[in-house]
Design a protein around this ligand. Structure first.
Ligand code: SF4
Ligand code: SF4
Length: 355
């Protein structure tokens, strides 16, 4: 069965106010927040952006979404789980501070910002699913205990999953460190010694202390590696390699995590994709990275598979080619969508309703 995906185009020249006006129209005409009931606690699941990256969804747009939730009688709060790797989002205190520096404050967004500390047992929950890989998904409890959720997703490229949208934000983004590790753990890189110049950049960037330089060459301890791929990104000579065949497995695990998050939230989650500022890499990267596509627009749906497929199709249409395959030739990002369809998370067939 086809799912409905509502779409409103955005031009690169649109002002912030103009985009907010369009967003409000999208929320109103798609009825995508109608699932919110009075007094529902509503998690607005976001990525606040790593330090040095500006790809994240603008807090002014998030304010429009929070106001929409409040108008339905819900109680919105903004949240994300901490990361696996080194950076400003590794622990709750720093993460919260960085979110504030990026403009995500109670005052700006009319919603509390809550970053759960997953080093505390009471903030972690294990959700049982019968996945091919995952049996007990380790999730931040806040996303399970909340009555409803709006997933606000920046649609962009990704080194491990080809592209990232709603499924990535939910599956990877709601997982605790342990859960993120479970999704990444098949990805220890190998070093091609003839290409390694011993610069030590990979050692500096490795968040797991898995790399050391021996005899002027990088050596990876795969037992410590968390598969974050930071060393690949930094290496100036492309001496680091990952078996990207494992990328399919990461996508499938991520989708199984999405299933765990959404398991008990039937008709209680809305998805909003921002296909603007479409970068080559994820907002986790602590640096700017190239735009690979023009701004396309904003989408809303109750189906995470359909909204990501529609975003993928619209971006590629604007580029005149599969831009995600062009920029990440080793990854087939569509695997996440077909697997999500196969395990019942949504439909690949959608009806696009342009506003
Ligand atoms: S992928 Fe590279 S940077 Fe990341 S943990 Fe493994 S060795 Fe370290
Ligand atoms: S960043 Fe690349 S070239 Fe530099 S030490 Fe690491 S593997 Fe070798």
């Amino acid at each position: 069965m086809k799912s409905r995906v509502y779409f409103i185009p955005v031009e690169g020249s649109d002002s912030l106010q103009a985009i907010n006006k369009k967003l409000k129209r999208l929320l109103d005409e798609s009825s995508c927040l109608d699932f919110v009931r009075k007094k529902d606690n509503v998690a607005v699941k976001l990525h606040f952006g790593e330090e040095g990256n500006t790809g994240f969804v603008n807090p002014a747009h998030v304010r429009v979404i929070c106001d929409g939730v409040s108008q339905k009688g819900g109680r919105p709060f903004l949240s994300d789980a901490n990361t696996l790797y080194r950076g400003r989002r590794l622990n709750s205190a720093d993460h919260l501070k960085l979110a504030g520096e990026h403009g995500f404050t109670r005052e700006a967004c009319a919603a509390e910002v809550i970053i759960p500390d997953d080093t505390k047992k009471e903030n972690v929950v294990s959700v049982r699913i019968e996945g091919k890989f995952i049996k007990n998904a380790k999730l931040a409890r806040i996303f399970i205990d909340t009555q409803a959720m709006v997933a606000v997703n920046h649609f962009k490229g990704h080194i491990l999953t080809g592209f990232g949208g709603a499924l990535k934000n939910i599956g990877m983004g709601c997982a605790t460190r342990e859960g993120k590790l479970a999704q990444h753990c098949d990805l220890a890189p190998v070093v091609h010694a003839d290409q390694c110049i011993g610069c030590g950049e990979c050692e500096k960037v490795c968040p797991a202390g898995a790399i050391c330089i021996v005899d002027n060459k990088s050596v990876v301890d795969s037992s410590k590696c968390i598969g974050c791929a930071s060393c690949l990104a930094i290496c100036p000579t492309m001496a680091m390699f990952i078996d990207f065949g494992a990328g399919d497995k990461v996508q499938e695990k991520m989708v199984e995590y999405s299933l765990a998050v959404l398991k008990d939230k039937k008709n209680k989650v809305g998805f909003i994709n921002f296909a603007v500022k479409i970068n080559k890499e994820c907002d986790c990267w602590g640096m700017e990275n190239p735009r690979i596509a023009p701004d396309v627009g904003m989408l809303a749906s109750s189906d995470p598979v359909s909204i990501d497929k529609a975003s993928f199709d619209l971006v590629n249409k604007a580029c005149g080619k599969d831009i995600f395959k062009s920029t990440h030739p080793d990854q087939d990002g569509l695997r996440q969508l077909s697997y999500a369809r196969d395990i019942g998370l949504g439909s690949l067939d959608y009806e696009l309703i342009e506003l």
